[in-house]
Structures are given as C-alpha cells and as structure tokens.
Design a protein around this ligand. Structure first.
Ligand code: E4P
Length: 218
C-alpha cells in the first residue's frame, strides 16, 4: 500500500516527503482555504516537492466547466490529478478527461455503486471517504473492502485511495482491506511513526551508553 499526504500545507509536505514514505498528495477546497493562499501557486509548489500524483479539486458543477477547469489544473504539471466530485456531471467529465489523457480522482464516494460508476467512466483514482461514513454510524472501511473486491473481480485499473482517514487505526484497517493507497493527514502520519516504548528505549540505551563512557574515563 502507498501513502499520500492529505494536506495543502507546503511545510507539512516538505517534512513528510523527507521521510521517504509519501508518494503523492491530495488536497481539497477546504484544505486549500485553510492555507489562505493562491490555489495554482500552492499546487505548483507541491509539484516541485513531491514526485508523484498531486490531487487538485475542480469546483465547477457542470461537466463542460469541470473539463475546462481540469485542463487548466492539469496544465500546471504532468503529475496533477484532477479531483472530480461523484455526480452525473462529474462522470461525464471523467469520461472526457480520460479520453484526453487527463488523470482524475473521483471524490466524495460513499457507496460501492458510486465506485463502480467511477471506474466504468475511466477514473484514475477513486476516493471513498472512510471517516465521514464512520461519523454517521456506517462502516467506512467495509466500503473500501467492498470496492477492492469488485475492482479485483473485473480487473479495473482505477486505484482506490482510502480517504477521510482520521487516526492510525484507520491506516492499518485500510492496509488490511487491501486499499491501494491511504491518504493521511500530517498529524496521523506523525502518530503512525511515534511509539512511547521507542522513545523510552532510546532514553535507556543512551543512559546506559553514558555509563560505559563514564567507566572508560574512570
Ligand atoms: C480526500 O481526498 C479528502 O481530501 C480528505 O481525505 C477528506 O477528509 P475529511 O473527511 O477529514 O475532511
């Protein structure tokens, strides 16, 4: 499974990418708004840091407008993937964009049928929102597993991004469900790498090592 970073914060992306475990980035209009910066400029900066798929979302609702927006976003860099909302107009846009060689990430997916339609339309990626389903009392990760099963049965090329990841257990569950990718907030990535026993272990090793150094000097 691959990990993408789910943020539009360039500093977080630099820090996370330096760890060598991130192979792409996803943004959305809310994440971009949080930064209070020019959208295209942020996307450009991210493409300069990360050599992998960078999702940037179209905000139009009609297919022709989505397609025009997608063309502008895709022109920023070959790694840009255009996020398209899972609607009837979105599907029409995905079909045309696929034919034009523009990569898409169908977002706001909450059912296996929506994921099936996205794959049939030619989406490059599909993003089931795990956390938002959990929030309303549904099993978000069961949806990821269902989509993986359906895609495997028919050999769809569309890659599944477990999105709306809220905590480290979500990442483990996404990996067990066979998700191609999990897109994680920076804070979750940091939680994944930390363990109190690792910190305690280092502290103990260093304390013991200091004793060895002291014995040598004595
Ligand atoms: C995915 O591509 C979205 O940007 C993101 O995962 C949404 O997460 P949220 O439900 O925590 O806002």
């Amino acid at each position: 499974m691959e990990l993408f970073l789910d943020t539009a914060n360039v500093e977080e992306i630099k820090n996370a990418y330096a760890l060598g475990v991130i192979s792409g980035v996803t943004t959305n209009p809310s994440l971009i708004a949080r930064e209070g910066r020019d959208f295209a400029q942020v996307v450009r900066e991210i493409t300069a840091i990360v050599d992998g798929p960078i999702s940037a979302e179209a905000v139009s609702l009609q297919a022709p407008d989505m397609i025009a927006e997608a063309r502008e976003l895709a022109a920023i860099h070959p790694n840009v993937v255009v996020k398209i909302p899972m609607t009837a107009e979105g599907l029409k846009a995905v079909k045309e964009l696929a034919a034009a060689g523009i990569k898409t990430n169908v977002t706001l997916v909450f059912s296996a049928n929506q994921a099936l339609l996205a794959a049939l339309a030619g989406a490059t990626f599909v993003s089931p929102f795990v956390g938002r389903l959990d929030d309303i009392g549904h099993d978000g990760m069961a949806l990821v597993a269902e989509i993986m099963e359906i895609y495997a049965s028919y050999g769809f090329d569309t890659r599944v991004i477990a999105a709306s990841i809220r905590h480290p257990l979500h990442v483990i569950a996404a990996a067990k469900a066979g998700a191609d990718i999990a897109t994680v907030p920076y804070q979750v990535l940091m939680q994944m790498l930390k363990h109190p026993l690792t910190d305690l272990g280092i502290e103990k090793f260093l304390a013991d090592w200091a004793k060895v150094a002291a014995q040598k000097q004595a």
